[in-house]
Design a protein around this ligand. Sequence first.
Ligand SMILES: [Zn+2]
Ligand SMILES: [Zn+2]
Length: 348
Amino acid sequence: MSELRKDPIVDRWVIIAAERGQRPSDFKTKPEQPRSEGCPFCEGNEANTPPEIFAIRDSGPPNSPGWRVRVVANKFPALCIEGDLARSGIGQLDRMTGVGAHEVIIESPRHSDDLPSLSTEHVVEILATYAQRTCDLRRDDRFRHTIVFRNYKAEAGASLSHPHSQLIALPFIPKLVKEKLDSAREHYRRKERCIFCDLLEQELALAERVIYRNDHFVILSPFAARFPFSVEIYPLAHAHDFVEMDSAQQCALADALQYILQQYKITLSNPAYNMTLQTAPSTLPRAGHPDYWGTIAYDFHWHLEIFPRLTKMAGFEWGTGCYINPVSPEDAAEYLGKQSQPARNDQP
Ligand SMILES: [Zn+2]
Ligand SMILES: [Zn+2]
């Protein structure tokens, strides 16, 4: 089983997942798997993945062809779903058993499909799958936070080119997420307003960092973006939790997501990227902290973040946590917002 260890100086948990079985030679750069041959995520190869946890199907029993979206456990999980959560410590050093969930959301039965060119209805089904899995894992009181993410292309960490996202449920709240949650809660405590709603109001009025807007969502180029052409997608109406979207909002999010991914393809020559979903943590009561998440529904505002992998983290960034972004967020907004959007292929 993997182990969680906390850095005692900066208060950051790290997953030590040595039994994923990687040898030093596994860290050499490998070419991306370009073809569907032998791909375990392709329709017809269901026997080559762990058993299905969830699927949206046209036909057939579990673990057979006929699905449109399929969820399986990661074959090489960073964390293990079985086992009790045990905490221990030696002096200043904290550790926990590596309990968690690590799932793969296979977004299409077809290897050559790509998120921006899927039908909007299909993207809505993928988003609904994120919500279903998040809700299900929140019922497990060992887990404190669930993060959905998408790594696109090998440079962004994808080991298979078949379209997929992943989900990890953690027994702790990660440092970056916690910093956001704490900042939002503190703003609310002082002002009784959501810090993200305040920010959105200002950005929509200024418009210079607005890339795209539809009835329910806005895509922003963040004021202090760490990476060139990174974006954040926010619901226009205050909402703390991704899973509470209605169908109109899901359609609008699918539209916004497909817009920006298509723009990346056209204007930045299809870069690798990482996408992460920042939503409310599990609000199951914690022993000794019955009101810990008392204001979360008012103080936090969920959003998606997308980071194209156009620059490399170098010594300065690794050593300081401080970033150098060579493109102004205003120029990025203009560039990504002004290009015309081609017609999408709306076949189911
Ligand atoms: Zn495939
Ligand atoms: Zn808000």
